[in-house]
Write a protein that binds this ligand. Structure first.
Ligand code: FES
Ligand code: MG
Length: 574
């Protein structure tokens, strides 16, 4: 147990030097009497609220409930506004800025008199960013997930954000509905604050973080506007104060077992492929070795149990009522797939936390005897086209495409794709393999979610719904199809994807985990010698820093100088 004089913040407030005096005087300026804060753990509430982030629009108010909990437990809450990563509005993609928020998180926690932290986020990349930063700073921390929005509604239809956006847009293009219907749908698709309510990247990552043990049990699925969300926020604030006294830090919670369980959870959820990159990056911060092959190995024994869109039928609100993450984990315990003796944020073991966990609706969280799919939804491919690996969410693909050889149709970047995909002279057939390159971590930049390349209109009209697609980009958690993603190394740095020419045969063999360019090594050598590296994307600023230090997808796309544990000197507040 720590004593008040052991607190980090004591070095700012507790001594008898002129700086301590100044820090105390400025706390009076903040409107606080000495007895209100001296000797109490300072809890930083890192808030990613912004007026332009609809997924986080309730977090400004929710921070008040966190503060309430911190005060109740004898802490001193201090809110820090940090960068917001809005999946909807930030371009070219918030993935470009994940590491910026991670750096900001780490440095705020390091440079201020902070003893513990509450991390408030949820919209896709904000979750890994906050966890990466807090893990590197290694101060006691609880993650408060923003929570999913309520189910969407239009007339008698239930709407899922993301998935139904595409569906109704296509209906309008086809003339099935008009502008009046469209504006009703516009108002019903995302009808409350909160993150996407399908099993996209947001709920995949907040569920993974809960499974790791950095959120209070049961947090991730609570709808953003439910009163339970207010109560969870206050409870998180109360708990982190005790974590400070107990000195329970991320480095104690984020063990190799915790990451293995997070991967297991993601796979049982049929979660987003983006989680592969994020979990590798998060593990790197604490020195846990997680690689692509861990996902493939674990995927072979984990059934998909969550029947939630886009892989299944239901939405996050249903998943919450069905028992949420604890319900899902209770089923994984039946299969003996979790390391239950590890400690979580409550200070208790996962086993203790799951003792009362139940599933209340077998249609939403399937029993282990009738899973949605017997094997996890993810496979890792290798071969001469992806020496560093690539991933495919094979449960989301048409089965006949999982072993397929076809001629490549190559696009260089998204603009080229948009310009030519419906060009009658493209010579594309349903056997073709659509290749998009120049959209990786450096090429994109930031690996935008272009990986679900559109099926050409002519083939769509013929009834083709899926094709093999290969790219060095990512795919939205709400997308589907035989899309090979995250090809590493990317074409921008001269990976073999850069050498593909239209007409080359590409072989995909998911059972054998292979992705092969059927071109002889001699010919590839010749093409490699001719290859000209593209011009850098950025001349200056953050983009130039990003370009100089970003790692490839198989390494988590962290910055090389951040992707390891290590201790920086503590600032001397005096
Ligand atoms: Fe924020 Fe989907 S846009 S979670
Ligand atoms: Mg998304």
């Amino acid at each position: 147990m720590k004593r008040p004089e052991d607190l980090r913040s004591h070095r700012w407030f507790g001594g008898d030097e002129v700086r301590d005096f100044s820090h105390r005087a400025r706390a009076r300026q903040l409107g606080l009497n000495a007895e209100e804060h001296l000797g109490k753990p300072v809890i930083a509430i890192l808030n990613t609220w912004s007026g332009i982030n609809p997924c986080h629009m309730h977090l400004r108010e929710r921070a008040e409930q966190v503060s309430r909990g911190v005060w109740q437990a004898g802490g001193f809450p201090v809110e820090f506004p940090v960068a917001t990563l809005s999946e909807t509005y930030q371009k070219p993609t918030p993935m470009l800025y994940r590491n910026l928020l991670a750096m900001e998180t780490e440095e705020v926690l390091r440079s201020y008199p902070v003893d513990g932290a509450v991390l408030m986020g949820g919209c896709d990349k904000s979750t890994p960013a906050l966890v990466m930063g807090a893990a590197s700073a290694d101060v006691p921390a609880v993650f408060v997930p923003a929570g999913p929005m309520l189910r969407g509604h239009w007339r008698d239809q239930v709407l899922g954000s993301g998935t139904d956006m595409w569906k109704y847009w296509d209906d309008r293009r086809a003339g099935l509905i008009g502008d009046a219907e469209m504006s009703e749908i516009e108002a019903g698709l995302a009808r409350s604050p909160g993150t996407c309510m399908t099993m996209g990247t947001a709920s995949t990552m907040t569920s993974a973080v809960e499974a790791m043990g950095l959120s209070l049990p049961g947090s991730a699925a609570i709808p953003a506007v439910d009163s339970a969300h207010h109560r969870m926020a206050a409870a998180s604030g109360r708990r982190v104060v005790d974590m400070v006294w107990e000195d329970l830090k991320p480095s104690h919670i984020l063990t190799a077992d915790a990451f293995a369980d997070a991967i297991t959870t993601v796979l049982a959820l049929g979660g987003s492929t983006n989680s592969v990159i994020h979990l590798i990056a998060m593990a790197g911060r604490v020195g846990v070795k997680v690689g692509l092959d861990d996902f493939d190995r674990i995927a072979r024994r984990v059934p998909v149990l969550a029947d939630v869109r886009p892989g299944g039928e239901h939405l996050m609100e249903d998943f919450y009522y069905a028992g949420g993450v604890p319900g899902l984990l209770s089923r994984l315990v039946e299969l003996d797939l979790l390391a239950c003796d590890r400690v979580v944020a409550t200070g208790r073991t996962l086993r203790e936390e799951l003792a009362g966990a139940r599933v209340h609706n077998d249609a939403v969280i399937r029993p282990v005897s009738s899973p949605l799919a017997a094997e996890g939804g993810l496979a890792v491919l290798r071969g001469n086209l992806a020496p560093g690996g690539a991933v495919i969410k094979h449960i989301a693909a048409e089965a006949h495409l999982l072993t397929h050889t076809g001629p490549a149709v190559v696009f260089d970047g998204y603009a080229d794709l948009k310009k030519r995909i419906n060009d009658p002279s493209l010579g594309v057939t349903k056997e073709s393999v659509l290749v998009l390159r120049g959209v990786g971590p450096l090429g994109g930049p930031g690996m935008p979610e272009y990986g679900m390349l559109p099926i050409p209109d002519r083939l769509l009209a013929e009834g083709v719904r899926d094709m093999v697609r290969v790219s060095d980009s990512r795919m939205s958690g709400t997308s589907y199809g035989a899309c090979v993603l995250h090809v590493a190394p990317e074409s921008f740095v001269g990976g073999p994807l850069a050498l593909v020419r239209t007409g080359d045969l590409i072989r995909l063999d998911v059972p054998a985990r292979e992705l092969v360019l059927e071109v002889g090594e001699e010919e590839l050598q010749r093409r490699r010698a001719e290859w000209v590296a593209p011009e850098p994307r950025y001349e200056r600023g953050y983009g130039a820093l990003y370009a100089a230090h970003i790692t490839q997808a198989d390494e988590g796309c962290d910055f090389d100088f951040l992707a390891r544990p290590g201790v920086n000197p503590e600032p001397d507040p005096r």
